[in-house]
Design a binder for this molecule. Sequence first.
Ligand SMILES: *[C@@H]1O[C@H](CO)[C@@H](O)[C@H](O)[C@H]1NC(C)=O
Ligand SMILES: *[C@@H]1O[C@H](CO)[C@@H](O)[C@H](O)[C@H]1NC(C)=O
Ligand SMILES: *[C@@H]1O[C@H](CO)[C@@H](O)[C@H](O)[C@H]1NC(C)=O
Ligand SMILES: *[C@@H]1O[C@H](CO)[C@@H](O)[C@H](O)[C@H]1NC(C)=O
Ligand SMILES: *[C@@H]1O[C@H](CO)[C@@H](O)[C@H](O)[C@H]1NC(C)=O
Ligand SMILES: *[C@@H]1O[C@H](CO)[C@@H](O)[C@H](O)[C@H]1NC(C)=O
Length: 418
Amino acid sequence: MLAGQRSLLRASLLLRPHTPPMLLIALLVSAQLAAAAVGSGKTALAVVPRGSTSHVEDAALFRLYYGQSFKVIKNSVDGRSYLLLQNNTTMASRTKYCSGRIKSFIIPLFNYSVDTTFFPVSFFELLGLVDSLKGITSESITSQCVLKSYANGNIQLINKTDPRQLTPFSAHFTSADNEQACNFAAFVPLEERTPLQRAEWIKYLAAFTNLEARANSVYDAIKGNYICLSKAASNLTTHFKPIVAWVEYSQYIWTFSAEDYKLGYVTDAGGENVEGTSSNQRYNVSSSDDMENFYALLCTVDVVIDQTHAPEPAEYTLSTFLENINADEDANFDFLRNKCLWRFDKRVRDSSALDWHDGAISQPQLVLADLIEILFPTGNYDPTYFRNIAKNEAVVSVGPEACSRSTSAPLDPIIIQC
Ligand SMILES: *[C@@H]1O[C@H](CO)[C@@H](O)[C@H](O)[C@H]1NC(C)=O
Ligand SMILES: *[C@@H]1O[C@H](CO)[C@@H](O)[C@H](O)[C@H]1NC(C)=O
Ligand SMILES: *[C@@H]1O[C@H](CO)[C@@H](O)[C@H](O)[C@H]1NC(C)=O
Ligand SMILES: *[C@@H]1O[C@H](CO)[C@@H](O)[C@H](O)[C@H]1NC(C)=O
Ligand SMILES: *[C@@H]1O[C@H](CO)[C@@H](O)[C@H](O)[C@H]1NC(C)=O
Ligand SMILES: *[C@@H]1O[C@H](CO)[C@@H](O)[C@H](O)[C@H]1NC(C)=O
């Protein structure tokens, strides 16, 4: 027997209820060693996980380790390890953890609920898990098929400030990373830095339901399409790359957004980010010096994406923008003359929820295709997430009636011709 094999076996045997933390750490370490050995391709392994497995390629904030009848997800955002135990093993009947550093779950999950605040439920749709979603904390959801399942009475609305309403589910997924209840699991793709890293979190959810094979094929398809689109875009520039600015107005201050994934989208789409994006400079509308500086930078820009929060997205129009920057329609900006002023609030539900915070996270290839069309217009591609307010494009309202598939069927990623 190989050394790694022996230590894993020993650790598994020792794992009982009330196992002291040291032994558990030994278990995690041996699972990691096993994973490392697989990675290096050196040692033939005794650990033959049942079913398919996933390997994290791009995401930086979680790792997966496989034993024979368990899996461990290490989440470095909440600092926890999630120990997932196959339901038909003795380990599952004997083992339970619920502490600050480790929680156990019996898998595959029978049912689950979701705290819908900034939570991309579309990941569950890609896995085909909408039917086992049984509880949501609000109706502000931009997935038409989750809305349909809710309208059909398959999902109940739960009150998240009442802890008793959250316990009946095998797992309660949330985007908060400090939750203590034993059935809570943090799902935090938004913490990652690139669009593909965020999308790879489908593997995190898949581990809870033994759907690794599906997650792998969805992620491979999305990543392949994203990379292909990005390569094609890098060839579209004729002379200079178009310059893009993500801008935001809040409490009389304009800023350039410098979130990594947004800057990444621009370069992947063949564009360039406006100078000064990373300076964290604030432009106060009551200061003429500030606004002169802001206008000067806007004069260099080819495309503006205005991400200013709007209580009613449908009512945010070109004139709202002009009012906010204190300019009029014939202001001498290229992006106005060429009608390149966009917002990412095209797909909305009840004015409050944007699909930008859901479907766009699980399918970044669609966002990239949108941006390529925005930077290098062909006129024969209709963007999914962006609308051009310089051309008075309206929002699209998302509702349950638009769900055209059975809620039990998985959503297939949309692959853009490349
Ligand atoms: C384990 O889960 C599977 C799939 O949900 C189910 O068919 C099976 O009955 C479960 N086994 C046990 C022992 O609970
Ligand atoms: C548990 O169920 C899986 C199928 O889901 C089966 O392959 C495995 O042999 C079962 N293990 C035990 C200990 O019953
Ligand atoms: C939710 O639960 C809390 C605590 O039990 C309660 O105070 C509140 O009124 C409930 N809200 C609704 C809308 O039922
Ligand atoms: C979820 O599944 C468990 C069994 O694992 C069951 O006891 C519970 O009633 C289910 N909860 C809901 C809300 O369906
Ligand atoms: C990009 O352009 C180069 C030179 O014109 C060409 O060889 C290459 O195949 C192109 N790549 C793609 C992805 O279109
Ligand atoms: C913006 O400038 C005005 C006038 O100088 C000042 O009163 C206000 O406090 C500034 N606002 C912020 C948020 O700095």
